[in-house]
Design a protein around this ligand. Sequence first.
Ligand code: PGA
Length: 245
Amino acid sequence: MQVKIVKTKEEMGQVAAMLIAEDMAKKSPYVLGLATGSTPVPLYEALIKLNKAGKLDFSTTITFNLDEYVGVKPTHDQSYRYFMNEKLFDHININKKNTFVPDGMAKDIDAHCAKYEAMIRGVGGVDYQVLGIGSNGHIGFNEPGSSIGSLTRMVKLTANTIKDNSRFFKRAQDVPTRAISMGIGTVLRCKKIVLVANGANKVDCLAKAIEGPITATVPASALQLHPGVTFVITEDAAAGLKLEW
Ligand code: PGA
């Protein structure tokens, strides 16, 4: 595992974008795994900049998002499909038909999850997966206690995550309580992974994920098992690390 400590979230976005861009140059079609949340936004801004400068081409890129709320329509302004269109897809030369986000309105959620996994496998797996981390250590919506071998499935959100996400909804009771999420096992199958994090509220979960024991109670600690993981984190978020990275 590599840990890159940077000063600002803008730098975090640029460093992570360069890792992805360098890898994308080696393969086409390229399969990119994407995440939502506030943290990846500077990364998406950096990818858009590279695309607009003609340095990064998305015309053959296929994307899979980590997760989506159950019961939220893709047109809802808090859906993760809406977020991805607004923060990335609408600004780059990607074919939206090649962008996949789990369907939170699927009638048969279990069948949809199995199909999502099969689709990822069908295109040869994810080449680079972007991750954020929840303050409770979750990756995707794999909350503490999630099995390290888990695959895409419906999950219940914890009270902590509902509280963290309530800032995006008018009322706490509007925050969805269930989601579809790639599993930790799905993430571990990705060829490379970059986790971005900034802010003092991530100090504790990053220290546990990077230097603590591998445990289901800190889902991001499972990344220690993966040989191709890079954490790109800001100084304030790295304050709890003990080792020299
Ligand atoms: P955040 O969310 O980027 O909005 O902090 C991260 C996450 O929950 O994965």
